[in-house]
Design a protein around this ligand. Structure first.
Ligand SMILES: C[S@@+](CC[C@H](N)C(=O)[O-])C[C@H]1O[C@@H](n2cnc3c(N)ncnc32)[C@H](O)[C@@H]1O
Length: 212
């Protein structure tokens, strides 16, 4: 089991991979005009200070895991996403990143997010993977396929990327969706040398959902 500090390093790296797409989504969701923002599944809160700074009002971090959450700065609360301790219509924006793959009770969780959003409030679901679309060439025994298998054993829905759009629509959202590979060229270039010829690709989906 990684320590919370080790997880923080992982989340920090992952946050860099998705920075471009995340910032595009946040601009389209008009973060700068949002008064109340919820960072749901904030983990160690890597994105919380920047959400807080860029919002018109403030950002709150929520996670069910108190051990990682203790590393998160500013406003934070331990809570389960399917039972949020907030009144109806409390937030203009609910932001998530790499969150829904861990959600077993998807309809209940989406209903709860819908409840705490203001009318026409928005949900961002950034960086949801779809390991079913994995390309790894040449295949390696302990590569990403094995990693996906281990994640699934821990309870992750590793194909959540392809499912989430329909689930969001069923939960009462208008949905826009885009995708890009896990390692955009400008972040982590795949380079080939005669010693290193491995190539890997995982589609990651990004959603902007507006409450109907
Ligand atoms: C992969 S981490 C992502 C952390 C952060 N969003 C980021 O991108 O750095 C997923 C987080 O979601 C939290 N989480 C998973 N299921 C949850 C639930 N049902 N309720 C609240 N938090 C949950 C986990 O504890 C974990 O900290």
């Amino acid at each position: 089991m990684p320590t919370p500090e080790e997880l923080r390093d992982v989340y920090r790296r992952q946050a860099e991979w998705f920075a471009g797409e995340r910032n595009r989504l946040l601009r389209r969701a008009r973060l700068g005009e949002c008064i109340r923002v919820l960072d749901l599944g904030t983990g160690t809160g890597e994105l919380l200070p920047s959400l807080d700074r860029r919002a018109e009002g403030y950002a709150v971090g929520v996670d069910r895991d108190a051990t990682v959450l203790r590393l998160a700065p500013r406003l934070r609360t331990t809570a389960e996403a399917a039972a949020l301790p907030f009144a109806d219509a409390s937030f203009d924006l609910v932001f998530t990143q790499m969150f829904f793959l861990w959600i077993a009770r998807l309809p209940e969780t989406l209903a709860e997010i819908h409840r705490v959003l203001t009318p026409e409030g928005r949900l961002i679901a950034a960086a949801e993977p779809d390991y079913g679309g994995l390309i790894e060439y040449p295949p390696v025994e302990s590569g990403l396929k094995a990693y996906a298998h281990a994640l699934a054993e821990e309870g992750a829905d590793v194909d959540v990327g392809r499912k989430l759009g329909g689930a969001l629509a069923n939960a009462g959202f208008d949905v826009e969706c885009g995708s890009h590979p896990a390692r955009p060229l400008d972040c982590q270039p795949e380079s080939f040398t005669s010693e290193r010829t491995q190539f890997s690709f995982i589609p990651y989906f990004h959603f902007l959902a507006t409450k109907r």
